[in-house]
Design a protein around this ligand. Sequence first.
Ligand SMILES: [Zn+2]
Length: 295
Amino acid sequence: MYRITTEMIDICRQQNILDIAMRLGIRVDRGKALCPFHDDHSPSLRFKYNRYKCFACGQSGDAIRLAQHVLSASFVDAVGWICNGSAAYLPPATFTYSSTAQQTYTHPDLSDYEYIFRQPVLTQTARTFLFEKRKISPQVVERQRISSNHTHIIIPYYNVDGTALLTIQWRYMGHDKHTPRFLFAKGCRPQMYNLPILAALQPTDPLYIAEGVTDCLAMMSRGHNAIAIPSATLLRPSDATTLLKRHKNIYMCPDNDMPGTNLYNQLKTMLPNITKIHLPQKYKDFGEMWAEVGS
Ligand SMILES: [Zn+2]
């Protein structure tokens, strides 16, 4: 179970209800819309003072109540859904993130953030980035419970049995050079992505190792069983080998750069079963190749 904070409820209340209505698929024209709660033929739903009221069926409330009713969601889930898709939303101050390897791990409890992945939001920016630019399969994105806001894709890292969040990764989609491209939940030990696939595989089933989550999603879109090492510099190779030693047919397509080559060489010493897939020189990674040739 997760909790919601008063800060999150405040964020919901500060939203323009018309934006929330639009995200919920309600078409508002000059403050009026067809009521989603009954068979409405002339717009009975009115928006005023950041609230809604239907003059036919009597339903009324604020943005949270509207999301609750349209999504058939609990109050907690509706708050999570609104916050998650809000560009204004940032995790509470107690939860900052880090993109560099840390010396100490505080192992924060991430159950408060599970709401993000219960009803994932895909903003238009995220759809364009994932589906059009990267050619990632919508089924893969849905299955992996990937969420987003207007600037970041938000990726959950689960444990092997899929019951607990080990870390959360933010992947920046914008072009600002000063914004880090990747962020991880602070205090969390770096993890491999898509660990639940390991539990589903037989030791002889082919397993692909990707460098980075977007490459992993590209491999999954290709139909491969894939896991990702988030970054060549973040994960301790020994952590990976402990989890992977059961698997006999491992393939890796390292990035065409020094960190990628080093990572492969390190893994190869510990996992002799690993086979290298050579990428054509003109592509820097699998994801780039998939974005060009994938379909
Ligand atoms: Zn109504």
